[in-house]
Design a binder for this molecule. Structure first.
Ligand code: C2E
Ligand code: CA
Ligand code: CA
Length: 328
């Protein structure tokens, strides 16, 4: 621990890059030898697991590998292998959560993945997306979702179900993959879906690094007619200059701010600021996690006129979603 602290102190000193002092945090993971019969690889893997623990504890911390982490690592490896099987055996399904406009009409939806697990039943993304995100599995999952969403759009188009758009979540990892645009074009060709009916939700994580590459991909996809929305807006790091220069159509106000909008003056102010910024930048704005009439009312007063949340509907199976659309 003493050595780790010294290393951390050194690394946390500001570095001067191009005349600007830059500050860093250091997440350290430690495994101890001899503690069982470990190969060098296993030892490094344990240190790596401990380092992720440090990152999850909010950065700049030091963690030792322990038994509990071992079981978390075992769990992760098991889920990863089950996810690969699930992809081959088509165990995933899309649910659709309606998006409402100011007149109470459903104009769009967000596609949310579910896993029909052979033993555990229907699993929510919270139980497997964070694990998939630690490797390239997330790209495979996201591509599956895009393809399924396109297939569904085409089917709706054929049976007269008209939506302004279907929103799909795309990980920052997939956006950085070299062949993503080509893959997307292939899916559009194969399914015959209308790209103008697609909106990709990306998080502010895309701004963290290699932004130029991501910017290029976003522009290319936008030229195909695909719209972009920034998800969980306000919870991460956003570059305002990219917000202005990239073709984002929409900001999505994170559930966290909506949740406490009636009780927390800061959240109220943040929501107001996001709405004003969207208006000034000529972007649409949608609030997620709207659960009560009071939240809806205050959002409406502030000029936000698109909403998603349990107040209107939970995510639905395709059948239930179409039924809701017919009612509208
Ligand atoms: P998200 O993109 O922020 O999606 C919204 C989540 O909030 C959904 O959870 C939805 O069920 C939930 N939600 C909607 N309205 C309300 C509300 O009024 N109150 C509350 N408390 N919750 C509400 P879900 O479906 O469990 O998805 C969780 C997260 O998993 C998503 O958060 C998204 O980050 C990720 N995810 C889901 N599907 C995909 C996917 O296909 N690809 C990727 N990369 N991530 C996905
Ligand atoms: Ca989303
Ligand atoms: Ca969100």
């Amino acid at each position: 621990m003493a050595v780790a602290k010294k290393i951390q102190q050194e690394l946390n000193k500001p570095y001067v890059l191009n005349g600007t002092p830059m500050h860093f945090t250091t997440s350290i993971g430690i495994s101890v030898y001899p503690d069982g019969n470990l190969s060098a690889n296993e030892l490094i893997q344990q240190a790596d697991t401990a380092m992720y623990r440090s990152k999850n504890r909010g950065k700049n911390s030091i963690s030792f590998f322990n038994r509990e982490m071992q079981s978390a690592a075992d769990h992760r490896i098991k889920i990863e292998s089950q996810l690969r099987t699930a992809l081959q055996e088509n165990q995933f399904e899309l649910f659709f959560q309606p998006q409402m406009d100011a007149t109470g009409q459903c104009y769009g939806a967000e596609a949310l993945i579910r896993w029909q697990h052979p033993q555990k039943g229907l699993l929510s993304p919270g139980e497997f997306i964070p694990i998939a995100e630690q490797s390239d599995l997330i790209s495979l999952l996201d591509l599956w979702v895009i393809k399924e969403a396109c297939r569904q759009l085409k089917e709706w188009q054929q049976n007269g179900t008209i939506l302004q758009h279907l929103a799909v979540n795309v990980s920052s990892r997939l956006l950085r993959k070299g062949n993503f645009v080509a893959k997307f074009e292939e899916i559009l060709r194969e399914t015959g879906a209308n790209p103008e009916a697609l909106m990709l939700e990306v998080t502010e994580r895309i701004f963290i690094d290699k932004v130029e590459k991501v910017a290029y991909v976003i522009r290319q996809l936008n030229e195909l007619g695909i719209a972009f929305s920034i998800d969980d807006f306000g919870t991460g790091y956003s570059s305002l200059s990219y917000l202005k220069s990239l073709p984002f159509r929409q900001l999505k106000i994170d559930r966290e701010f909506v949740r406490d909008i009636l009780t927390d003056g800061n959240d109220d102010a943040i929501v107001e600021t996001i709405i004003a910024m969207a208006n000034k930048l000529n972007m649409w704005v949608i609030a997620e996690g709207v659960e009560t009439e009071q939240q809806l009312e205050i959002l409406r007063q502030k000029g936000c006129d698109h909403y998603q949340g349990y107040y209107f509907s939970r995510p639905l199976t395709e059948r239930a979603f179409r039924k809701l659309l017919r009612r509208h």
